[in-house]
Each structure stands twice: as C-alpha cells, then as structure tokens.
Design a protein around this ligand. Structure first.
Ligand SMILES: [Zn+2]
Length: 445
C-alpha cells in the first residue's frame, strides 16, 4: 500500500556535521553485523582471534591442500534464566573449575549477585577444543562484554556498539485509523516503532486534527522521521522532521523547527505553531478505542443527533482539559453522571460526562491547564459502556466540537525567523516528496 525511502545521512541539515563520523560508525556496525550473521549460521572464519595452539591442528587436518582452511568454530547461544546463577550459565558453556573462577574474576562488569535474567551469552569454541576461547555477554542492546582466552589467561573488553541515524519517509492513506494506516505502510520499521510513530504523529497534530474523528478514508499522510539503528537490528525512532496530512482535501504541514532560543517545535506551512489554544480531543489518541456517531441511545431507546462527542475508552483512562480554564462544575449531573465543566476564554465551556471520578485538582474554582488530567473515564449516568461524553458550549449553546474547536493555528514565528524556517521547510518537504513519491503512488486506490 505504500513504501519508504532512505534519505541517507547527509539529508537533514541538523545531522550533516556528524555525517562523516557516522560513516565510520556505519562501517563498524556492518562489521558487527557480519560477525553476528556468521554466528547465526554457526560456522565462521575468524583468523584474527588469538588462540595459539589449536589453529595448527585444524590446519593440519584440513581436507584439501589447495585451500588452507581457517580454524573452525562452534558457536553456542544461551540465555540466563530467571533465578539462575552466572555459574550455571557458564557451566552450560563448559566453563567450569579454574576457567570459571578466572572468567568471573576477569568479567568485572558482571556482578554474580546482580546479573539480570535474560542476559545472553554467546560462546565460541574451536571445533578441536572443548573449552570456549571467547565468551560474549550482551549487557544491553548496544553494550557487549567479551572475555577471551589468551596466553596470559582470560581478558575482558567492554564495547559500546554504535547506533547509526538516517531519515526515512513513510506514506500511506487512511482506510480506518491512522494507527492501521501506519501499520499497513510498507516499511522495515518493527511493529512497535510503527505504533510509536502513529502516536507521535497524532501528538504533533493534536491541536489541529482529532485523529479519531476527522480522518476520512483516502486521506493521505506522509512523514519524514529520524531512525536510529543499533546492533542486532534494534531500531529507535528519533524526531519527526516533517509531516503532511491531507484532511478533507486540504493539506496541513507540520515542520520541525528549532527556534532561536533552541526550543524545538512544529509549525505549519504558514509558520504558525502547531500548538493552539485548544486540543482537538479530550483523550489522547492512543487511548481511544472507538467513537460513536449518531446512534440509538442505548437507554432512552430513541434515535437522536448527539449533542456532543462520545469517545470509547477503558475505565479509568485519564480525561484532559482541552484548554486552559477554570472549573465551574464538578459533581453529579443527571444523565451525565459525574461531570465536569470548564470555562475557557472567549465564552467557551467544555463539558465532560460519565466520569468514574475526578482528579484531585478538580474542584469548583480551580484553574486547569491545557492537557491537564481532570477526571477519569467511567460509565456513570446514562451509559451502558465506559466512554467519555464531551460537549462544547459557546455562549451557553451546545456546538459541534469539531467546528467549535477548529483552529486556524497558533502563534506565528517572529518575522526574524521566517526566512530560516522557509528554507528548512523547502528542504524537508522536497525530501519528503522525493522519498515518499513511490509510496504515494502505491497508496492510490
Ligand atoms: Zn454521549
């Protein structure tokens, strides 16, 4: 349905000064990768390993005289089980007796009493030998401890494996939700990273787009994001650098920009902050399980146009105030059950119903900030399932939250920063268009 491209190290301006360092780092990562792959097929040729005696033996038993064989290694992977000791793990790798004592003595970063379950050990043994010559402990995804047998005994070295950063572009079109669209987007991002990216994207747009309600099938998004790749295929997402969202035919860009005071933020194509006076939804997008539209009221049993917006979410999900304001009501209110009303500037009042309970701060007269948790989802009042009922009132009249909270944009960048911003935006959007071009085509029905 879509595709991704790799922009490479030199692409984003903020990273270019480290590009050279990264290419060195990349070479090292490739080296480690090769080592691991060879390990996976259990036979590797490693002439550099220091081991004096057996190499000659293996050589002498080599089958063909034309190709002098390198030493043949057996590799064994093992994991420390819960409650197990390091001694037991090493014992399975045939490290016992005097070798065991020396390995434990040499591997100082490993504290026998505090090794975490799940610690992995790769032991490498010459085929002609019974005791391993090399032990590799994976202390963290990017941190290994190697203990090698040498003439002078067991010697340990610690290494921090490097991460490489590049940028990737993903594109997709909405079929059901942003989460599903990103999950379906063809990319080599692991599933957890795709979910993380969906939430991060929703967070950037949360003042402009209610990702749970405003999106329509075939709305298109593109996103340019930093990707950090570590050893063994570990992937971490960095910052989103740029994104475009085409919602109901109009494109809304979000460009990451570091301000002159070094604070980074996201700005739209007009240079206005993506942050605005109101959040578009009182629940975080990642917490919403579904939305209700016009429907038969489950208890009153009649069809009605709902005056507010209902968000289905689990009991206890935090409910946040969509804007700065003052609590004017917090208590029981008929069919709303436990309800909160917050008064905002310009005559706006927001109402939150069916709550299980209130946050500590939520008392009549209390000031609340935008995004602050004021209560928790429940099913008090006329509700048959846990959900949040949300209303916007303007001048005392219920309004469609979608229309009432639609924001043109936040604070604009100061004129002194506009030229820089426009240059950055141009470069990022060009990159996004280039790398997501194939994806965009593929996403068309
Ligand atoms: Zn409702």
């Amino acid at each position: 349905m879509s595709d991704d491209g790799t922009a490479g190290d030199s692409a984003p301006a903020p990273k270019s000064n480290t590009a050279r360092a990264r290419s060195t780092v990349l070479a090292r990562v490739v080296t480690y990768g090769v080592v691991l792959i060879l390990g996976a097929i259990a036979v590797a040729f490693t002439p550099r390993l220091p081991d004096p005696k057996p190499a000659a033996e293996v050589l002498s038993s080599a089958p063909g005289p034309a190709t002098p064989a390198a030493p043949v290694w057996r590799e064994h992977h093992d994991t420390l089980a819960r409650g197990e000791t390091l001694t037991a793990l090493l014992g399975r790798a045939a490290i016992i007796g005097r070798d065991l004592a020396r390995v434990l003595q040499s591997a100082t970063p490993l504290d026998e009493r505090r090794v975490p379950a799940g610690l992995t050990l790769t032991s490498r043994t010459l085929k002609s030998d019974s005791v391993p010559s090399e032990l590799v402990f994976q202390l963290a995804v990017d941190h290994i401890l190697t203990v090698r047998r040498s003439d002078s005994g067991w010697v340990s070295t610690e290494e921090t494996l490097p991460w490489v950063t590049d940028t990737i572009a993903l594109a997709g079109s909405i079929t059901s939700t942003l989460y599903d669209a990103l999950d379906a987007a063809k990319s080599d991002l692991p599933a957890a990273n795709r979910a993380e990216l969906a939430w991060a994207l929703a967070d950037i747009y949360e003042y402009r787009v209610d990702m749970s309600r405003d999106l329509q099938p075939n709305d298109v998004f593109r996103v340019l994001v930093e990707r950090r790749r570590g050893p063994q295929g570990a992937v971490r997402l960095g910052s989103i650098l740029a994104a475009t969202f085409t919602v109901a035919g109009s494109e809304l860009q979000a460009i990451r920009h570091e301000r002159s005071d070094a604070r980074a933020g996201y700005f739209d194509q007009d240079g206005k902050s993506m942050r605005a006076a109101f959040l578009r939804a009182p629940l975080e997008f990642r917490r919403i399980s579904s939305v209700f539209g016009m429907r038969k009221h489950p208890i009153l049993g009649i069809w009605r146009q709902h005056a507010g917006t209902d968000y289905a979410a689990a009991q206890g999900t935090p409910v946040r105030s969509v804007g700065d304001g003052v609590v004017i009501f917090a208590g029981r209110k008929g069919g709303y059950g436990n309800a909160i009303e917050v008064r905002h500037p310009n005559g706006f009042v927001t109402r939150y119903g069916h709550l299980r309970g209130f946050a500590k701060v939520t008392r009549r007269g209390a000031r609340v900030d935008i995004g602050q948790t004021i209560g928790f989802v429940g099913m008090t009042g006329l509700a048959t399932a846990p959900h949040l009922h949300f209303e916007v009132l303007v001048g005392g009249v219920q309004r469609n939250p979608r229309v009432a909270l639609a924001m043109k944009g936040g604070e604009p960048l100061p004129p002194s920063e506009r030229d820089t911003f426009e240059r950055e935006r141009g470069a990022l959007i060009a990159l996004l268009q280039r790398d997501a071009a194939s994806a965009r085509l593929a996403a068309r029905p």
